[in-house]
Design a protein around this ligand. Structure first.
Ligand code: SF4
Ligand code: MG
Length: 327
């Protein structure tokens, strides 16, 4: 992408004028083929908006999205529809994204109707195969979504996403609505499928624990901006940005469907409609100085580990926090 921006105009302006919300503000990222790329941040940081911009489920106000050398922002609706089969989305809530009146067979087989010319019999066989791949029993294809657990329903969503032969899978908090005990199973499933199907994965998460063992690189977002971008190992061993450090030291409180706020960080996230000037993190940062209140730090590009902070070089190095328990 090149410097993506998405501004939302909300009707609820305080003085009668619409409020412009910068959900994503000048974000530039590139994801390599075959990579697992994670986007992490608290609710409202713009990570879901960013993911929707990447798939052109939303149109950027400014900037471009390039996929396989093609500028998606310029593509016709027809071309985009074709490409969309290659880019599938898995949502946070497997309950609301499955039609309760359709059998699993119909749900998973639907993309096959659109994107292939299989006979009914071939389609059935393909659905059975996909169900097996995601760890469900193929003889349960005649059942309805309510007959499955939350984790199984997310598996159904994954099978449906795979049916159209994707190359890129974007998971918007794919496990955060699930019981903690089930989360690791779905994470493991996605990792296995990534290898089997040669996928590129973009995983959105609100804390760093879920993606630790899965992501190759991580972008940490705060109020619509990427504040740190690094290889996962580097981010965990030498986190630079004060916000990343806070995320890493926070003990994730298991709260399925919770708002994903970092409990121990002082202060609330400022409203994206009225972000603080300078560094947007200065209202919560223990290291803030005058320059932080006036001047926006930019992501220092050109190296593999990029940080947007005036003072990261001056901060004491942290020893690696205690490892999260192996799942
Ligand atoms: Fe904190 Fe200043 Fe760095 Fe922002 S720029 S994260 S306020 S030290
Ligand atoms: Mg979200």
């Amino acid at each position: 992408t090149t410097a993506l921006e998405k501004r939302f105009t909300s009707g609820k302006g305080i003085i009668g004028k619409p409020t412009v919300i910068h959900a994503v503000n000048g974000v530039s990222l590139s994801v390599e083929r075959g990579e697992t790329f994670a986007i992490v941040g608290e609710s409202g940081c713009g990570k879901s908006t960013l993911a929707r911009l990447l798939l052109r489920l939303l149109e950027p106000t400014e900037g471009t999205v390039t996929y396989d050398g093609q500028d998606l922002t310029g593509l016709s609706a027809a071309r985009m529809r074709k490409l969309r089969a290659e880019m599938q989305f898995i949502f946070q809530d497997p309950f609301s994204s499955l039609n309760p009146r359709m059998t699993v067979e119909t749900i998973v087989g639907e993309p096959l109707l659109v994107h292939s010319t299989l006979s009914r019999k071939e389609r059935r066989a393909r659905v059975a195969d996909l169900l097996t791949k995601v760890g469900l029993r193929p003889d349960h294809a005649d059942r309805y979504p309510h007959e499955f657990s939350g984790g199984q329903r997310q598996r159904i969503c994954v099978a449906r996403a795979l049916a159209s032969g994707p190359k890129l899978l974007i998971g918007d908090e794919p496990v955060s609505a699930l019981d903690v005990s089930v989360q690791a199973q779905i994470v493991n499933l996605l990792e296995d499928l990534k290898d089997d199907f040669g996928l590129t994965l973009i995983i959105i998460a609100h804390d760093l624990s879920v993606i630790r063992h899965m992501a190759d690189r991580v972008a940490v977002m705060y109020l619509g901006e990427v504040v740190e971008l690094a290889a996962t190992e580097d981010l965990y061993s030498t986190p630079r940005h004060p916000y990343t450090r806070a995320l890493l030291s926070a003990i994730p409180v298991p709260s399925p469907g919770g708002r994903g706020q970092i409990a121990h960080l002082g202060g609330d996230i400022p409203s994206p409609a009225n972000p603080p000037p300078g560094c947007k993190f200065h209202t919560r940062c223990p290291h803030a100085t005058e320059i932080c209140r006036t001047t926006r730090p930019v992501l220092e590009e050109g190296t593999a580990h990029q940080t947007a902070c005036h003072h990261w070089r001056d901060l004491p190095t942290l020893s690696e926090p205690a490892p999260t328990p192996e799942r």
